[in-house]
Design a binder for this molecule. Structure first.
Ligand SMILES: O=P(O)(O)OC[C@H]1O[C@](O)(CO)[C@@H](O)[C@@H]1O
Length: 543
C-alpha cells in the first residue's frame, strides 16, 4: 500500500505550472462559448447520482493532470487497501470497513478480513431489522415516539437521514434527536413525550461520551419519575461497548465494531432510528444504494470515477486556487441537515495538519464546509457568493421528482425550486459586466447616484464555479448512494493529501480540559488557570 503524498509527485509540479499558465485566468464563460459539448464532456453518471462538473474552472488538460496526480499518488492501491480491510487508520491501528456494512451477504470475496466483517455485519443486521420491524408493528399503540440520544456521528447521520426520508417513514411514529449537553435541547423534547409510549435509543460508539451519557441519565430519570417501569423495554443501546450499555441497565443492545468510524456509522446499528422509520426493506435499499456507489468507486477508472473526480476538483480549488470553503446548497428541504452532516464527515476527517508519517503538511487541507437549503441560503448569504471578495465553490443538489403526493398546489413549488437552483449556478457563472448593468434603468431610489456608480454595484464578477448533483428522487436508495459518494470523495482528498482521514485526535484536548474544569465549577478554584479562563469561570459561577 504505497501512498505518495500529492506534493511529492511530478503531477503536482506540472499542475503548478498549469495553474500559472492557464488555471489562474481560466474563464468559464469562454470555456462554454468555445465548446458546445462541455456539459457532456464534464458530466458523470454514477449509480443514483448524476454530476455536472462543467461549471468548474477546469478543462480537459487540467482534468488529465489531476487524474494523473491520483494515479501517481497510488490512490487506487490505497482504495483497494481500504476495501480489503487493511489497517489504514494507522494512528488507531484499525481497518476502515464501513463499506462492509452495506455489502450483501453473498458479496464476492474480497479478502479474509472483509469477508469476516461482512459475516459479522449480517449477524447483527438481521436481528436489528427484525427489532425495527417489531417496533413498527406496535406503532401508534406501544410506541408513538422514538428518541435518539447521541452526538456527532451517532446523531448527525440518523437525524439527517430520517428527515430526508420522511416520505417513507412510518406515519404513526414521531422521531426526536437529542445531542447537546444542554437542558435546552432535551427538556423541550421530554416535555412532549409520554414515557409509556417512547422508545429511547442510546447511540454511542464508545458509550463513554459525556454528552450522550448525561442525556441518557436524564432520560432514564425522567422515565422512572413519570411512571415508566420497564427500562429494558423502553431503552435500547447501539454501541461497540456492550458491557458499558449493560451497566447502564440496557438489556437490548445492537453492537458494531471498532473498524466503523463514528462519522461513517450510519450504516451500522447506529442507523436503528432510520431502520425503524423506513422499515427493513427501506433500510436494505439504503444500504443497496451505498453499495452500488461503493462498487462504482471500487471499479470505475479514475477518469470516470465520480468520487475521485469530485475530490480532484476539491484539491484543484483548495491547493491551487486557494479557495478556503465550499458551500453546499441542497434544493430539497429533506436535506436540510445534510450540510451539518457533511461538516463532520469532511472537517473531522480531513481537518489535519500532519501527514500519516507525522510530518507537517506544507499545503492546505480540509476547506470549511457550510450551507443551508437552497432558497433559504439565497435570501441570506448568496449575496456574498455572488459579489463577495472570496470565491466559494458551491455544490447544488437538485432532486428531479418531488415526494409522492406533491401534486396540485405543491407541483408549482417544485418547478420554482428547480428553476431557482439552475438560475443560481447560471448567475454565479455568467455574472454581469458593469457595462451591461449600466444599460438597465436603475431603480427609482438610486436615480440620484451616477449611472456608472450604480452600475458597479449592480454588476457581478461571474466566473464563480459550481457543481450540480442531480438525484431522480430522494429515496432510501439514492440517499444511500449520495452519502457513500461523499464518504469516498473525502477518502480520496485525504489520501491525496497523505493524511489519516479516520482518526480525530483534534477533539481530545478540549474533552480533557473540560474534565479538568468541571470540578472547578463546584469549588470555584482558579489556581493554575490563565487569566481569561479564570475570569470567565468566576463570572459564570458568581452567585
Ligand atoms: O458515538 P460516540 O462514541 O458517542 O462518539 C460521538 C462522536 O464523538 C467523536 O468521537 C468526536 O468527539 C466523533 O467522532 C463521534 O462521532
Amino acid at each position: 500500500m504505497s501512498l505518495v503524498r500529492c506534493d511529492k509527485t511530478e503531477a503536482w509540479s506540472a499542475l503548478r505550472a498549469h495553474y500559472e499558465s492557464k488555471g489562474r485566468q481560466f474563464d468559464l464563460r469562454t470555456a462554454f462559448a468555445a465548446d458546445a459539448g462541455r456539459f457532456d464532456r464534464f458530466s458523470v453518471q454514477a449509480p443514483g447520482v448524476f454530476a455536472d462538473l462543467s461549471k468548474n474552472r477546469w478543462d480537459a488538460s487540467t482534468r488529465a493532470l489531476l487524474t494523473g496526480l491520483a494515479a501517481e499518488c497510488g490512490l487506487e492501491a490505497r482504495r483497494d487497501a481500504m476495501f480489503a480491510g487493511e489497517p489504514i487508520n494507522l494512528t488507531e491501528g484499525r481497518a476502515v470497513l464501513h463499506t462492509a456494512l452495506r455489502a450483501p451477504k453473498d458479496a464476492p470475496p474480497l479478502s479474509a478480513a472483509t469477508d469476516a466483517a461482512i459475516a459479522d455485519v449480517h449477524a447483527v443486521l438481521t436481528p436489528m431489522l427484525t427489532y425495527a420491524e417489531g417496533v413498527r408493528a406496535q406503532a401508534g399503540t406501544q410506541f408513538t415516539d422514538i428518541l435518539n440520544i447521541g452526538i456527532g456521528g451517532s446523531d448527525l447521520g440518523p437525524q439527517m437521514a430520517v428527515l430526508a426520508l420522511e416520505e417513507f417513514a412510518h406515519p404513526k411514529l414521531r422521531f426526536h434527536f437529542v445531542s447537546n449537553v444542554d437542558g435546552h435541547d432535551i427538556a423541550p423534547v421530554l416535555k412532549r413525550l409520554n414515557p409509556r409510549t417512547t422508545l429511547v435509543i442510546v447511540a454511542s460508539k464508545t458509550f463513554t461520551t459525556q454528552e450522550t451519557l448525561a442525556n441518557a441519565n436524564v432520560a432514564r430519570e425522567w422515565f422512572t419519575a413519570n411512571g415508566g417501569t420497564d427500562v429494558g423495554a423502553h431503552f435500547v443501546g447501539v454501541t461497540t461497548n456492550i458491557q458499558a450499555a449493560a451497566k447502564f441497565g440496557i438489556t437490548t443492545t445492537f453492537g458494531f465494531w471498532d473498524w466503523v468510524g463514528g462519522r461513517y456509522s450510519l450504516w451500522s446499528a447506529i442507523g436503528l432510528s432510520l431502520a425503524i422509520a423506513i422499515g427493513a426493506d427501506g433500510f436494505e435499499d439504503f444500504l443497496g444504494g451505498a453499495n452500488a456507489m461503493d462498487e462504482h468507486f471500487r471499479t470505475a477508472p479514475l477518469a470516470h470515477n465520480l468520487p475521485v473526480q469530485l475530490a480532484l476538483v476539491d484539491v484543484w480549488y483548495r491547493n491551487f486556487h486557494g479557495f478556503t470553503s465550499r458551500s453546499v446548497a441542497p434544493y430539497h428541504q429533506g436535506l436540510k441537515r445534510l450540510p451539518a452532516y457533511l461538516q463532520q464527515l469532511e472537517m473531522e476527517s480531513n481537518g489535519k495538519c500532519v501527514d500519516v508519517d507525522g510530518h507537517a503538511v506544507p499545503f492546505a487541507t480540509s476547506p470549511v464546509v457550510w450551507g443551508e437549503p437552497g432558497t433559504n441560503g439565497q435570501h441570506a448569504y448568496f449575496q456574498m457568493l455572488h459579489q463577495g471578495t472570496d470565491v466559494v465553490p458551491v455544490e447544488f443538489i437538485a432532486v428531479k421528482t418531488p415526494a409522492k403526493g406533491h401534486t396540485g398546489r405543491y407541483a408549482d413549488l417544485h418547478a420554482k425550486l428547480l428553476a431557482n437552483c439552475l438560475a443560481q449556478s447560471q448567475a454565479l457563472m455568467q455574472g454581469k459586466p458593469a457595462a451591461e448593468a449600466a444599460q438597465e434603468s436603475p431603480p427609482t431610489a438610486s436615480r440620484t447616484i451616477a449611472r456608472e456608480v450604480i452600475a458597479e454595484h449592480r454588476s457581478f464578477p461571474g466566473n464563480r464555479p459550481s457543481t450540480t448533483l442531480v438525484l431522480d428522487a430522494l429515496t432510501p436508495r439514492t440517499l444511500g448512494a449520495l452519502i457513500a459518494l461523499y464518504e469516498h470523495r473525502v477518502f480520496c482528498t485525504g489520501a491525496l493529501w497523505g493524511i489519516n482521514s479516520f482518526d480525530q485526535w483534534g477533539v481530545e484536548l478540549g474533552k480533557a480540559l473540560c474534565n479538568e474544569l468541571l470540578p472547578r465549577f463546584e469549588s470555584g478554584a482558579t489556581d493554575g488557570l490563565d487569566s481569561s479562563t479564570a475570569g470567565l469561570l468566576t463570572k459564570l459561577i458568581a452567585k
